[in-house]
Structure formats: C-alpha cells, structure tokens
Design a protein around this ligand. Sequence first.
Ligand code: PEP
Ligand code: MG
Length: 591
Amino acid sequence: MTFAIHGLAVSRGIAIGRAVVVASSRMEVVHYFIRPDQVDAEIDRARSARNAVIDELRRLQDEMPQDAPGELDALLDVHLLLLQDEALAAAIKHWISDRLYNAEWALTTQLEVVSRQFDEMEDEYLRERKADLEQVVERILRYMKGMASPVPAPAALPRADATGEGAPQQPLLLDEVTDVPLVLVAQDLSPVDMLQFKSRLFAGFITAVGGRTSHTAIVARSMDIPAVVGARAASQLIRQDDWIIIDGNAGVVIVDPSPIILAEYGFRQRQNELERERLSRLRHTPALTLDGERIELLANIEQPGDGPAAVHAGAVGVGLFRTEFLFMGRGGNLPGEEEQYRAYREAVDGMQGMPVTIRTLDVGADKPLDKAQPKDYYLNPALGLRAIRWSLADPAMFRTQLRAILRAAAHGQIHLLFPMLAHQSEIEQTLAQVRLAQSELDARGVAHGPVKLGAMIEVPAAALIVRTFLRYFDFLSIGTNDLIQYTLAIDRADETVAHLYDPLHPAVLKLVADVIAEGRAQGKSVCVCGETAGDVGMTRLLLGLGLRSFSMHPAQILVVKQEILRADTRKLTAWAQEVLRSDSPAALLGP
Ligand code: PEP
Ligand code: MG
C-alpha cells in the first residue's frame, strides 16, 4: 500500500530505491560493505564473537555464587538460548553474504527485524524478551569492538603515508554491491556516519530526526544526494527492502509507490538530470553580475580530498574547510601534527594555487567527537564547550592543529579561520596561540608560510561588536547556520522547532547586513559560508546587501552563479534596504 511521510527537504533531487533500515543502537556501530571475497571471513568473525559470548555466559553461570538470586541464572539461560538460536545465526549470515554488510551491521539489522516482530506480539512476556535480545546483541557488538577485524572499516583504516602504505581500500561502488539503488533510512545519523557512506553507496537518505542545518543535513547536501530529515515516523513505518521514493525538493518520502507514481517520479528524475547538464555549461563562465560586479564563489568542503571536485564544480577557492571531520569518529585518538599537515597540504595541492580557508576544529553540539560522547551529555551542548572554546580549553591540541596548518601554508595560500568567537579576550588568546605556534615551528627550524587571519561571525555578540573583530582580523566569514540558531534560540538540529528557523527574520538580516556593511566600509573581505550562501532564493538579497563572496557546497555553485549572471546590483541595493526595513521580509522576496 502506497503512503507518504513528510519531513524537511534538506538536499534536493529525487531518489528511487530499496530501503536499507539502519537500526539505532546504543553502541557505536560501523556500517560498511565488504567485498564478495571477504564474506567467509566476515561470517567467521560474527560466529567467533557469538561463540565467545556463549563461553563467557557459561563461565559466568559456572562461577555464580551459591547465594546469587535464581532470576540471574534464569536470565543467563534466556540469553544463552537467544545466542544459540540457529535462525538468528542464519539471518546474520544472510545479511553478510547476500547484502555484503559488515558483521556489526548484519547483527543490528537482524535485531531491528526481530524487534519489530517482538513489538507485534500479543503475549507480554514474549514482548519483553526484546530487551534480552538487545542485551545479547550489545554483548556481541562489544566483543567485536575489541576484536581485530580481518575486514577493517574504511573509516578506521590508517591514512596512507608517503609511500602509499596503509592506503585505504578503494571504496566499493554501488554496482559492486547491488544492481538496485539503495536508500538509507535511520533514526539518526551522525555526520561521521554520513561521511562513511560518502562513497556513493546510497542514492538517498532519510532520518527521523534533524533540522535543515543539522550537520547531517549539511553533509547530505555536500554529497549532493537527495535527503529528507525530520521524517519522524520513517524508521518505524519503513521496512527493510521497501521501495522508496525520496523527493528531496518537497521533503516527502513515498513508501511502496504504485507503478503510476513510480513512472511520474522517474520522469521528474530525468528532468532534474537534464537541468544539471544544462547548468554544467556555466562551469567556466566568470561569475559577473549584469553591471559587471565580480562575485567570488567558493566551496565548503569536509575532507582534504574534496578540492578537485570543488574546482570541477566551478569554485575559485575553498571558503570553508570544516576540519573537525578529521578528528571525529576515531575513538578519541586525535590526529597528530604530521597527519594533519598531510591533510591540509592535500587540500592546498588539490586547489591548484587557489586559496583554501581552513577553519580550526569545531566540535561539540551536533558534531560530537565520538558517538561514545552522547550529544546530550551536557545540558545545552550548543551553548557549551564548542568550537574555539574547545580549542582554547586544550591549547596543546589547538597548537598542534595550528602548526600543521601553518606548515601547509608554505605550499599554497591558506586563510586561517576561527569558529564561534564572541569575546575580545578569546580573540586575543586565539591570536596569542597562533604566534606561539609560529615560534614553536621557528624553534624547530620547520618551514611555515604566511596566513590571512579570519573570524567567523556566528554569535550575535560577535556581529554586534564587529568593529572590534575588524581591528584584529584580515577577513570575516558569516556562519549563518549558527548565527540564526543563536539569534533566534532555535536548536538547528531539532526538527520540532525547524519551522521557526528563519534566515529572513528581520533580526538575523539586520546582523548580517551590519557585518557586511562594516566590513566593506573598512575594505575587508566578508564572506557568507553558512547554508544561506547556497540558497538561491537568498542570492539577490545578499548581493543587494553588498556581499561579494559566497561559500557553499560545490553542488550549489552553478545554480547560484546562474542567479548572479541575471542580477544587477545597482537595482538590488535599494531593494535590499527596503527588505531590511520591512517587518515581513519574506513577503518582499517573492515565491
Ligand atoms: C555556520 O554556522 O553557518 C557554519 C558555516 O558553520 P557550521 O555549519 O560548521 O557550524
Ligand atoms: Mg557554525
């Protein structure tokens, strides 16, 4: 039966494929596809982990003190029974051999399938056995964590050194795994999960939670894959293997579509492809407005190897390299100076002489370093130890990053950008750390290059004292995602308040306009690198406010360029002032 689920449109396009429902586990679970020749080893891994847990439980039973409560023994019996269930073993084998899931993914997928069966049981006693099954699966997962894997997860592989040793395996491509497109459905996906799935394995993403500018949505957009987040019921209503259509433009998910609906969306999908082909002709066209204003279109990247794709998409530099993705999902094992230096150098080399803006670590809030550090660990993670606050709280870690960036600057143009500054004292501490890092390199006799220094304006306090910022920095970059979050007190990752997340709120516009105007007045470059920069509905307004530098996902560059080519800034300036004065700016922007 066909039905629709509504969520938030976060990444445009249409995807049609079969659902892969990823179970949410309390434990960190890696998901990746194995190669067909690795199937036997992976099944063995799952089997040995299960056997080891069986042995452990039997030992526990044998060593149980005489006075232990009888219920404990009975509980272990239930767990042993579940572990020895041949149907469970056969299903796990199926997910590994037929779908090429790694063992942990196979285990949690089967947990999801069986959990649904338990949920539907009439008998309360049997229904409650679901918790036992979850515990058993967690035991196996925990055991696997400490187990050397013959098939390492791509993300866990060491980076290649200069000799190429330790190079990551080539990621599997979709057609090596299945001939049917797959659509990922999950309760939630961390930004790191998303990057793990980056190797074009999935045609689309659906998550039950998340807001438009949550980092999960941002990564989906950067991958240019249709995605819907905040589709609350998705992970309960969609089953493994259901056929799914994601309409990433409308934020709608259609489950089990009829042939007529499938044909209609197939048509729309082809139209989208034609539109992309048409836009690609603008790749080498300079971004000039009708009145001859040159606009700088830069790329936001998440990984050092993203540069060439950004150049291909028409970017003239990187306006935001979110370096935190080098630090996340590594179990706290942070990259050292050498590893970081190689990553930043790769980014610089990939941009072929064009500037690369490297932002220092911005973890915290919806970008936890590790899943093990739950995002609600602090009462208010978005207001807590995040971004520059995190770096200043750990100066040794901060300077390791700064030294690596300064060393990479010997090989190309680097602009160094700091996230979430709000206080003058933070600015001074930050710049003191930069000087210290430079003198540490000098003392070691290590080459380093000059950098331009920039601050992100993402807290209202920073926008309000922009003159102070301009005294210290060479350039500014407005992070509208956070500026909106902090101005309107809207958690950007919370779908329940997503309708209040408004880039056109007069208060937000006033802050953005003031920062642009003040930067221009002092002859300093101001860029917008939040999602607003890639929103084609905002392009004319930002031009009218005087913005001449935009940084966005490469996939957005051409559509924004098309808008720029049609714009005349002389006409837009007066109109933008009118929008600024309006109580309801959205009404003046049109549909
Ligand atoms: C922003 O806040 O607008 C921004 C670009 O930074 P991030 O999305 O990484 O927080
Ligand atoms: Mg930000």
